[in-house]
Design a protein. Structure first.
Length: 340
């Protein structure tokens, strides 16, 4: 088997115990996201999920893709729309994330599974695009002979292709996010100084995600936020480079609610504190350790509505890894101090 097939076989094993929960989450997410009526959505999802997990568990990746290619070609000949199939592929990847986070014991294992799922999604999307484009070529040839009616059909096919291209671009965005996750896990795994860990995390995440400002803050024994931040060159901040002060603003709200906070327009949020000039949107992910809030990651962007559900999912995964890394760094520092 190829390395991809082996990783997907391991991913399927992680997901198999959660098959029913995953199915319910997929049906719910697809029902909410679809902008067209889809009959018997649960039967479709159950049939597709059973076939997908079964094939991957047996290491039959190429057989799976071959069957999907034949089905896509047949559907394209019937003139079927691939919009719902594309949406289903994208939504399933997102639904798998929480179950893989629970199943994988470390950040690298999680990143490998997510990268493999993303590559699988890309290959499945490529099959749909190729089937649609091959059918488009055949119909365009007919259009030359059938006149205006066939020309309108060709324009519709072009619109469908463009929708598929946009979906592929979104998949690429997810791949970049997952690659960033793997890079963060790899670069920070060996940092055992808490102060350096927070600064390296802020620097690395800001550089990879290209946001205007990223901060990693933790609560000290007196409930005061201390931490480190990183910004684009030329971006100023109204306090010193070391973040310090009470838990206020959107960060404070995330700590109180113990849940991610996404602000699409900071000008409309009464809790927003304008500490970074030019900020238009903000996302705060709390750092949770054994059910308690111990800090937060703060992302700010000069673009409005810069953060979506995928960003929240990636942010939560980084937060889980960072909590473990901070705990290990503190334990190492305490052990070294006792030894001294």
């Amino acid at each position: 088997m190829t390395p991809l097939a082996v990783t997907l076989q391991r991913t399927a094993a992680h997901l198999e115990p959660h098959r029913q929960e995953l199915l319910d989450a997929w049906v719910r997410a697809l029902s909410e996201a679809a902008d067209e009526t889809m009959t018997d959505i649960r039967a479709f999802c159950a049939r597709t999920l059973d076939g997908l997990l079964g094939r991957l568990a047996r290491g039959e990746l190429e057989a799976l893709l071959h069957v999907e290619a034949e089905e896509a070609a047949a559907a394209a000949r019937r003139g079927a729309s691939f919009h719902t199939l594309v949406l289903a592929i994208r939504v399933l990847d997102r639904c798998c994330l929480p179950f893989l986070r629970r199943a994988c014991g470390d950040g690298e294992g999680l990143a490998e599974c997510l990268l493999a799922l993303d590559e699988l999604g890309d290959r499945r999307l490529e099959i749909l695009i190729r089937a649609q484009e091959e059918e488009a070529g055949r119909r365009l040839h007919e259009a030359e002979e059938q006149g205006a009616q066939a020309a309108e059909r060709a324009r519709e096919l072009a619109r469908l292709n463009e929708a598929l291209r946009r979906s592929e671009a979104q998949s690429q965005h997810r791949a970049e996010q997952i690659g960033m996750l793997a890079s963060v896990a790899h670069r920070l795994a060996g940092v055992l100084d808490p102060e350096r860990l927070m600064q390296d995390a802020a620097d690395l995440i800001q550089a990879r995600m290209n946001h205007t400002f990223v901060a990693v803050v933790v609560l000290d024994d007196e409930g005061v936020l201390v931490g480190r931040w990183a910004g684009r060159p030329g971006v100023g901040r109204r306090s010193a480079g070391r973040t310090q002060g009470p838990a206020g603003g959107v960060i404070g709200r995330a700590l109180r609610k113990r849940a991610p906070q996404v602000v699409g327009d900071v000008g409309q949020d009464p809790d927003y504190y304008p500490d970074v000039g030019g900020t238009r949107s903000e996302m705060v992910i709390p750092l949770m350790e054994d059910g308690a809030v111990v800090g937060a990651m703060d992302f700010q962007s000069e673009k409005p509505a810069a953060f979506g559900l995928d960003d929240v999912a990636v942010g939560e995964t980084i937060a889980e890894f960072l909590v473990v890394a901070l705990r290990n760094a503190r334990l190492f520092a305490e052990t070294r101090q006792r030894s001294s």
